[in-house]
Design a protein around this ligand. Structure first.
Ligand SMILES: [Zn+2]
Length: 348
């Protein structure tokens, strides 16, 4: 993912085009909330219903899922390590989810080569109309183009944090959903080809469509005809020690109510040091394409650190040192436990 430049013409034009859709969506969300509140107020049975017990997110299990991905080697599309990761992630999810499908697609990367991509989608209660989705990318970047050592700039990265951490958290979440079934529909969508944007030295302001190729494909061609979800949550770089997740810009633009509720849920669960209630910058990540193409309000839990060496992301972003030593189970726990609270306790 890259930091968006808010004054870029393309950005402004894109926002204007989406404004009507966004306003309509926001009205629909508000209407939905009011309706839900009315139903609860009018039904004593509903209000007396005990809250579901929130399962305990197992951070050691999530860590093991992150490490296994890294152990395959960099999951760069069209490599053996990537194929091995797809097979392992898919087989793992098949143990836990009601249905798992691999969405194959063909796409053109920034230098015009044609790649075969695979989005992995695990679903719970596939017949339910009341759905949310949770997502991350599982591919890793082919270029360590922000490495301090320029000779590493063409080296693929382990992507322990950038890619594997979000996928590892969602795999543990998938396991918990199997152990503690819920009635609403949940889709776990693991996007491919998020991080195949052009190397830093060739990037231009027009390059943002080269990122998020899996989410662009899925947003235009969802795995089910007429697929809809009430909202989506994206995870990206959720494993570093002392990570901070501010309120990312596009999340607050397209999904402000859900974003605030997730951050409030995190604080109530004791994770307010991670989920800081401060406005973050705008990041062109998979959620941007889901918001603008699929029109599903989607937020991004992403580690932002304006004081870092690269000025936006954590210090090891897009370097050869984004390896397993950067992963801290306590951070995986903060994110995973927050998601479980959203699903089991808050039910929004
Ligand atoms: Zn990245």
């Amino acid at each position: 993912m890259i930091q968006n430049k808010p004054l870029n013409n393309k950005f402004v034009a894109s926002i204007s085009l989406q404004l009507m859709v966004v306003m309509t969506t926001m009205v629909m969300i508000t209407a939905g909330c009011n309706n839900e509140q009315r139903q609860q107020a009018g039904s004593s049975v509903e209000t007396q219903k005990p809250l579901l017990q929130v399962p305990q997110f197992d951070a050691d299990s999530a860590y093991a899922y992150v490490k296994q991905q890294v152990d395959f080697g960099p999951r760069v599309p069209e490599t053996e390590a990537h194929a091995a990761a797809v097979a392992w992630i898919t087989q793992s999810l098949q143990q836990w989810a009601d249905t798992v499908l691999v969405q194959d697609f063909v796409t053109r990367v920034y230098d015009n080569r044609i790649f075969n991509g695979k989005n992995i989608i695990a679903s719970y209660n596939p017949g339910s109309k009341n759905r949310i989705f949770l997502s991350a990318h599982y591919d890793s970047r082919p270029y360590a183009d922000h490495d301090a050592d320029a000779s590493n700039h063409k080296t693929p990265i382990d992507g322990a944090n950038d890619g594997a951490s979000g996928t590892g958290v969602l795999m543990e979440l998938a396991r918990q959903l199997h152990l503690h079934p819920v009635s609403r529909g949940i889709d776990i969508i693991l996007f491919d080809l998020e991080d195949y944007g052009p190397p830093q030295d060739t990037q231009t302001d027009q390059g943002s469509d080269s990122w998020g190729l899996g989410s662009q494909h899925w947003s235009a061609n969802p795995h089910q005809p007429n697929y809809n979800a009430r909202y989506g949550i994206l995870l990206d770089m959720v494993g570093a020690a002392d990570a901070t997740f501010p309120l990312e810009g596009f999340s607050m633009y397209y999904a402000p109510d859900i974003t605030k509720r997730v951050w409030e849920t995190a604080a109530a669960a004791g994770y307010g040091d991670y989920f800081v209630f401060e406005k973050g910058t705008y990041i062109t990540d998979d959620h941007y394409f889901v918001n603008t193409i699929a029109n599903i309000p989607t937020l991004n839990i992403i580690h932002l650190e304006p004081g870092s060496v690269n000025g936006t992301f954590y210090d090891h972003w897009h370097t050869t040192s984004d390896d397993i030593t950067q992963i801290e189970p306590a951070t995986l726990k903060a994110v995973g436990q927050t998601l479980l609270a959203v699903i089991y306790q808050k039910s929004f």
